[in-house]
Design a protein around this ligand. Structure first.
Ligand code: COA
Length: 335
């Protein structure tokens, strides 16, 4: 008996209602709408309201994904939660979702991998389904960036890029053997781990405490980024891994109906499209409205592309991501 193919059975997302425009940011830091749009493409992003947290958005996205899949909460037998901005240092967001949704004592995995978190999670879910380990997996990607960014001029290079959101998918066995996840490839290279990182608080060597007052006052608690290194590496790795998954299936870029790239920078995605020789009409971008929502980006984009009629059953769709670590990966699906 051949293993069933895994398929995304449903998608859901949650975007906080509070819109923060580039103009709003100019009131907090020395920046301009023109600089942000020219360098990154971002026009606005969402920030959570005080009563919202990472997992509360994840729960809302999960409910929408289950409704979309026609799956009852009681059918979910595994949770995978991808985030770099969990509500607590520990435990992770997965158990908070288990509790809030009133799910049974099912396993709850929390995974990191930052901007690649959702594609890494898709690969895990695919393997679990094909192995018969679980039947219906709830995969969530959620981020609350706004509480961890330096909103002064000191942090402007990073802060302007990011936004808050959650996205979710229900993954299960496909009833059509032709549809579902065809293949996936994940990679990592820790050589440049500190080039895009949030290193404090942390348990790294030669620290006597995981965070101290000086870390807070000096701004070390905020993320650091070598933007140009990230840019150059992303435009190299993303096309490479797309070609890898296509080659694995004996397919080419011409067979793709839609490329869903991670949304870190519109210029990165334009470059990726150029290098792959794929028409930009086949690349879905929404960074203009939401910024980089990290682990939430891929489900947000998939759902939006589907809602806009850009993805139809039977289409070849590739989701590709690159992020801190560095980590990167691609998932090829027959929708
Ligand atoms: N507003 C106005 N000016 C800003 C600014 C802001 N928000 N942020 C930085 N600047 C200034 C810098 O201080 C610098 O000024 P200087 O020339 O007087 O020193 C100038 O703009 C250029 O800064 P630089 O960092 O060299 O710009 P860049 O062209 O590399 O663009 C990024 C910066 C962040 C937009 C770009 O490097 C990038 O997008 N990299 C990838 C980031 C990414 O994808 N991260 C997430 C990965 S998952």
């Amino acid at each position: 008996m051949t293993a069933p193919r895994a398929r995304i059975l449903g998608l859901g997302s949650y975007l906080p209602p509070r819109v923060v425009t580039n103009h709003d940011l100019t009131k907090m830091m020395d920046t301009s709408h023109e600089w942000i749009v020219e360098r990154s493409g971002v026009e606005e992003r969402r920030w959570v309201d005080p009563e919202e947290g990472n997992h509360t958005m994840g729960v809302k996205a999960a409910r929408a994904a289950m409704a979309d899949a026609g799956v009852e909460p009681g059918e979910i037998d595994c949770i995978i939660y991808a985030t770099l901005s969990p509500d607590y240092y520990f435990p992770g967001c997965g158990v908070l979702v288990q509790r809030d949704l009133g799910l049974g004592h099912i396993p709850a995995y929390d995974i990191r991998q930052q901007c690649s978190g959702f594609v890494y999670g898709l690969q895990m879910a695919d393997a679990f389904i094909r192995a018969g380990q679980y039947q219906k997996i709830l995969l969530i990607g959620g981020e609350v960036h706004s509480r961890g960014l330096d909103k002064s001029t000191r942090g402007r290079t990073i802060t302007v890029l990011f936004g808050d959101a959650a996205g979710a998918a229900v993954i299960g066995a496909s009833d059509d053997p032709a549809r579902g996840i065809l293949t996936s490839r994940m990679h990592s290279d820790g050589t440049d781990a500190e080039c895009l990182a949030m290193q404090y608080p942390g348990m790294a060597p030669n620290r006597d405490v995981f965070v101290n007052l000086d870390d807070v006052e000096s701004g070390r608690i905020f993320p650091n980024m070598d933007g140009q290194k990230v840019f150059k590496t992303a435009v190299k790795r993303m096309p490479q891994v797309v070609q890898e998954v296509l080659a694995d299936q004996g397919l080419t870029v011409a067979d793709l109906a839609m490329l869903i790239p991670h949304q870190a920078n519109l210029r990165i995605n334009e470059m990726v499209a150029k290098l792959l020789h794929i028409d930009e009409s086949k690349v879905h971008n929404n960074i203009q409205k939401y910024g980089n929502t990290t682990a939430a980006t891929i489900p947000l984009c998939l759902e939006e592309a589907r809602a806009l009629g850009k993805i139809h059953p039977g289409d070849l769709v590739c989701a590709v991501a690159f992020g801190s670590g560095f980590t990167w990966g691609a998932v090829l699906m027959r929708w």
